[in-house]
Ligand binder design. Structure first.
Ligand code: 9D3
Length: 249
């Protein structure tokens, strides 16, 4: 996958791109990230890419032209290809695992990181094909959200994670939070590993983990349970959990 990132702060990406799984994906040719400094497409000698809002009001607005020129440059000579042009924006749809999976199927993405108080509306009107937010909190710009998208999408690309089951079998893909995990030693500062995990009884271990995952999800993220197709066994376990929680008062 190729990802073009339009930003006025390309240096923010260097640590991210040079680390761990993202670094390896780039080295293995599964991911190519092209950072485009929007200022390279500014018109004036000060390289301004923002201006005062028509109608007055506080703050500055990111100008349309540098963004149009940058995207046109990226698409020049690439035939009929029309990659998604995604604006990172607090007004976008909230990013979810399902959208990460959808984006991972694309050959090419263009991500635009906004800044200042806003962006000229004509960018949305005539350039952008979708807008994504990463959640309901206020950041200073779209760079961290762009890295979140790249991170979530890259680990879904074929061959990026060693274990092909690993990418899809984790909690959000499965719809449940994860069960507790332990490694050596069995006893740490008086804190013991649950006995069942030491028995070697794989059926009992499977049931214990399923119960833990269900109980955690029920207590912490009941909203996730609502969207799931639960098996008969899951429904029985949940009834047990709800009964015990009722006893606890
Ligand atoms: C002072 C301007 N704000 C008025 C309420 C709007 C605003 C514009 C731009 C607030 C934050 C930002 C910068 N944030 C992003 O560009 C952004 C973002 C975010 O802040 N939270 C979650 N997801 C995203 S995606 C892009």
């Amino acid at each position: 996958m190729r990802v073009d990132v339009l930003t006025i702060f390309p240096e923010m990406f260097s640590g991210f791109l040079a680390t761990s799984i993202i670094k390896r994906a780039r080295e293995q040719g599964q991911l190519a990230v092209n950072l485009v400094d929007i200022r390279n497409y500014a018109r004036n000698k000060h390289r301004n890419v923002d201006d005062y809002p028509f109608g007055g009001g506080p703050g500055m607005v990111m100008m349309a032209e540098p963004l149009f020129l940058a995207v046109e440059d990226l698409l020049a000579g690439r035939g009929r290809e029309r990659p998604p042009i995604i604006l990172m924006s607090p007004q976008g749809a909230v990013f979810k695992q399902a959208l990460a999976e959808e984006l991972a199927e694309q050959e090419h993405l263009i991500l635009i990181c906004g800044h200042y108080e806003g962006i000229d509306e004509r960018v949305r009107q005539a350039l952008v094909t979708r807008e994504i937010s990463i959640g309901d909190y206020v950041l200073t710009g779209g760079e961290l959200p762009a890295m979140v998208i790249i991170d979530a999408v890259t680990r879904l690309l074929p061959g990026v994670l060693g274990d092909p089951a690993g990418a899809r079998e984790d909690s959000f893909a499965m719809g449940l939070l994860e069960y507790p995990q332990y490694t050596r030693p069995r006893s740490f500062r008086g804190l013991e590993v649950p006995e069942v995990l030491l028995t070697g009884n794989h059926e009992q271990i499977r049931r214990w983990r399923r119960r833990q995952a269900l109980e955690r999800t029920w207590r912490r993220r009941p909203d996730l349970l609502a969207g799931l197709q639960l098996t008969r066994e899951d429904q029985e376990i949940l009834a047990e959990i709800a009964g015990q929680a009722g006893d606890e008062g």
